[in-house]
Design a protein around this ligand. Structure first.
Ligand SMILES: Cc1cc2nc3c(=O)[nH]c(=O)nc-3n(C[C@H](O)[C@H](O)[C@H](O)COP(=O)(O)OP(=O)(O)OC[C@H]3O[C@@H](n4cnc5c(N)ncnc54)[C@H](O)[C@@H]3O)c2cc1C
Length: 423
């Protein structure tokens, strides 16, 4: 396990612990998938269920990328509201994508049920909370756009939002009953277990180090063995490691960190999120909070914990907790961890056509439902030889100049905000 994951709550409380045999020697498969997050595991599961032979190569452990580090909000839709998606993709493609993603939580929770994945599923919905009166404008805009496409979202008054969250610091909220929360690492490990049960091979460690095209077949080498396959799916997203012969599509890495309280007493759980909704807010430098099954409050904000300014993030988090819930001002936070979000310029995921394969990336902070959906769709498209089922048309190319500079801009903004603010 990557050393920084030892402190991650999800790795400490995961109920799914499948083990897989290693890849040694030469193997062949219909499909090779690189990367064991939601995208890769969902693709492997779909392919195996379609009767294909599939081999998924993961550099570390299943879920060691974003899929084992996130907040666990299984949302319907993307970060962008529907009209913004349409403006970026065109009305037809955008509407289709919004429609497919509206059903993504159903897909996730159905898989959890079907495969009995032990990932603490809670279908209590999500609350997008106004961090200040000014945040209501954004929520009203989202509410108008979402109801226009038939989404059953509800705009809550300040009083109702305070009641639902148990926090006086919220100024209203957008409630989405389609969404829910999960233990994110357990979900991805459960998908991997289901894929293995359906016949997929998922050898963890070591990474794919070389990819080459030999005639109509892909050849993937690892330090311990190699694979030949007709189809390839690259699902390495924000955690792409260097591979000779393959240039991973560039994304803007944006960091987000979290920590947890100990389980809260029953008296507090009656007041704080009694409906177990997952929350995030409208602040430009956003925060999130939710309960896990044991009643721990998991709270987070933008920023990385691995640089000299990280102390500012760490010291801001208890202030944020106290601002939300003054009764928790003396409660200790533990298990600090962070993860890397793959942003694109448009804040939209992309599928890249590799001619005989696909690379998918850039969920921009919304990867649980989308990753599950895009992974399965890519496997289906490749095995059926028909790209019509893809949620977005595959792009021929992708470039993202100044990704490093843009990433530094987000991190600096978050650090400065956490220096001066407790919101
Ligand atoms: C802190 C944080 C909070 C988030 N919160 C939410 C949320 O609440 N809701 C939501 O929907 N989304 C959220 N997201 C986004 C979501 O976690 C991601 O979009 C999603 O996990 C991406 O899944 P993936 O399978 O595409 O990539 P990943 O899960 O990142 O998987 C990529 C995998 O590829 C492997 N890999 C890389 N290179 C190689 C190689 N050469 N060989 C073999 N394997 C390789 C990596 O080890 C990694 O395991 C959050 C993300 C972060 C980081």
């Amino acid at each position: 396990m990557t050393s920084d994951l030892a402190s991650c709550l999800w790795h400490q409380t995961c109920q799914e612990n499948p083990a897989f045999p290693e890849l040694t020697g030469e193997a062949t498969a219909d499909l090779v998938v690189i990367g064991g997050g939601y995208t890769g595991c969902s693709a492997a599961l779909k392919a195996a269920e379609m009767g294909a032979s599939v081999n998924l190569i993961e550099a570390d452990e299943i879920g060691s990328g974003g899929s084992g580090r996130n907040v666990g909000l299984a949302n319907a839709g993307l970060w962008l509201p529907p009209e913004d998606i349409n403006a970026a993709l065109g009305a037809e493609t955008g509407s289709r994508l919004s429609e497919l993603l509206a059903g993504a939580p159903d897909m996730v929770f159905a898989l959890i049920e079907k495969h009995a994945i032990q990932c603490e599923p809670e279908r209590g919905g999500t609350l997008h909370c106004a961090h200040a009166p000014s945040g209501l404008k954004d929520l009203q805009r989202r509410h108008a756009q979402l109801t226009a496409i038939g989404a059953p979202v509800e705009l809550l008054s300040r009083e109702d939002a305070i009641q639902r969250t148990g926090s006086d610091a919220v100024h209203g909220a957008l409630f989405d009953p389609r969404a829910g929360t999960i233990q994110p690492l357990a979900y991805v490990r459960g998908l991997a277990r289901a894929a293995a049960t359906a016949g997929a091979q998922l050898p963890p460690h070591p990474p794919a180090t070389v990819i080459s095209r030999e005639g109509s077949a892909w050849h993937v080498a690892t330090p311990k063995g190699s694979l030949r396959a007709k189809h390839l799916i690259m699902a390495t997203n924000a955690y792409a490691r260097e591979i000779s012969g393959y240039a991973a599509p560039q994304v803007i890495p944006v960091h987000y960190f979290q920590a947890a309280t100990n389980p809260l007493p029953a008296s507090l759980l009656k007041k704080i999120l009694p409906g177990k909704e997952g929350c995030w807010d409208t602040a430009l430098v956003m925060s999130s909070w939710r309960l896990d099954q044991a009643g721990r409050l998991v709270i987070g904000g933008m920023g990385a914990l691995n640089h000299f300014g990280s102390a500012l993030h760490r010291s801001w988090l208890p202030r944020k907790l106290a601002a939300l819930y003054p009764e928790l001002k003396d409660v200790k936070l533990h298990s600090h961890w962070h993860g890397r979000i793959a942003m694109t310029t448009e804040h939209l995921p992309k599928i890249l056509d590799l001619q005989g394969g696909y690379a998918c990336f850039g969920y921009s902070g919304r990867g649980i439902g989308p990753g599950t959906l895009f992974g399965a769709a890519m496997a289906e498209a490749l095995l059926n030889g028909d790209s019509a089922c893809l949620p977005v048309p595959p792009a021929k190319g992708h470039s993202l100049p100044f990704a490093g500079l843009r990433s530094a801009y987000y991190e600096t903004g978050a650090t400065l905000t956490h220096l001066v603010s407790d919101r």
